[in-house]
Design a protein around this ligand. Sequence first.
Ligand SMILES: CSCCC(=O)C(=O)COP(=O)(O)O
Ligand SMILES: [Zn+2]
Length: 209
Amino acid sequence: MHNNTAISELIEAGKWISQRGWVPATGGNFSARTTTGFVVTASGFDKGQLGTHTFIQLDHNGDRSAGSAKPSAETELHLCMYKLIPSANFVLHTHSVAATVLSRVVKGHSLDLQGYEMQKSIAGNTSHLDTLSIPIFDNDQDIDRLSLLVSDHHLHTPIEYAVLIRGHGLYVVGRDIREVRRHLEGLEFLFSCELERLKLEGISAEAKV
Ligand SMILES: CSCCC(=O)C(=O)COP(=O)(O)O
Ligand SMILES: [Zn+2]
């Protein structure tokens, strides 16, 4: 995909994501894999008001090739997701209330979703009877170290669509912009349902270490 096409799609996605309240303040960052490498959002901007000047172009090694602004502080985690998931061409990172709270309430190393028809919004999932498992990693201000942790986890439990960073947010991937947006919307719906369920049924079972 051409850089300009990817940037246009991410600008449009940013407006939609912002309207949904999933990137408050300057939270979140977005990227795409392109024919020349990657494009990633610049650091510190409102992701609902992106423009062509708020993107950095990176080469295939992840080194800056164009754009004067500072790349997202979490660029390394985006590059990590592309390396682990060769079919991924878009990565969206968001800070919704549901993802932030759920990833803290669930003390274990994965959020296991089961019993929801909307699990089928995620590629390859065909039944509410299956378990959709999203790995949770403890937050770390050292993004290189966090990326290494994600890569190590992938060696024994392959990451397919998303990871949660505890108390921080969600990273979700897709083959194209439509799929990554569907994955994001589907997961956010499931997170909201699960948060409501835990509030109504109690969190004691989930809050185990
Ligand atoms: C107030 S947001 C804190 C940083 C963060 O988690 C994030 O997603 C945004 O970082 P960026 O450098 O991409 O703007
Ligand atoms: Zn973040």
